[in-house]
Design a protein around this ligand. Sequence first.
Ligand code: CAA
Length: 304
Amino acid sequence: MVIPHGIRTLGVLGAGQMGLGIAYVATLRAKVPVVLCDKSPEQVDRGLKLFDKLLAKDVSKGKIQDVDAKEARDRLTVVSKEKGIAGLRDVDMVIEAASENLTLKQSLFKSLAAELRPNAILASNTSSISITKIAASAIHQDHSSASEMGKLSASRVVGLHFFNPVPVMKLVELISALQTSPDTLERARAFALACGKEVTQSQDVPGFVSNALLMPFINEAIMCLEKGVATRDDIDKTLKLGMNHPMGPLQLADFIGLDTCLAIQQTLYQGTGDSKYRPSILLERMVDAQWYGKKNGKGFYDYE
Ligand code: CAA
């Protein structure tokens, strides 16, 4: 059977909540085998527990059958810490879901370019970092950037931005780097569709469409709190009840992660030089205090 994306095995790099969510929709909806890779065995354990919990929840709600859950679980394998990225060598596509840090992503893509087959797609789930910059690092060290092989390496890099929680949110944002080939773009789009998502396309600008709009909104809410315009609860209630948002902006910031919000806002501010993207001091201080939101128990709200 011809599959439009041609992905017979997917690699997921990063076993955090985004990586596991991607593995979840890929194994369950696109029905492709997934190889999961993370440098931290503890993170992998946490991720696998989350994966099993999500499957069990969907079975108990009658959304999927036991057999679907078992097949999805059987499609997921983990690369050992010792093998690392080399364990992804045979996959047809990797989706990187590591932290929002350009230097880290450039180093990962350099290794991926060296390890994977030349026609394998290298996708990043970054929510704001330039795909063009990431693609420029995805060149095998044996090839000069001006060579044909160098161009080929970069042309297989693409942005595939999923939203949290991945099993629930219907969208994937597709971003083309300057170097991305039309074939890479269309195969990545077909893969996102196979995962049951709708796709929008954005140019490679800081934050793409989603975060160029969302982050100033969240930041403005934090500044309202900072200036004492309203209480935390009233700010969130205004947006929930007045505009039918599922979460208020402060709760959403906690949900995304305050460290992630700050990293995205810094990318937006540095990438555009526009003061409308400058992160609020309160957000910076909360991240200084290591209050990262829901993920570690304290943000604008307290969590168990
Ligand atoms: N993983 C999987 N499923 C989840 C989940 C999770 N973490 N959290 C909730 N769900 C599921 C529930 O199981 C439930 O499923 P059913 O309808 O089948 O029963 C459904 O979502 C609704 O959940 P709840 O009833 O428990 O709670 P809710 O109605 O308050 O919805 C929510 C929870 C879906 C998270 C909702 O509050 C929401 O949509 N919030 C906004 C999320 C959002 O904006 N995400 C994007 C953030 S930005 C981003 O990710 C990218 C970026 O670049 C920063």
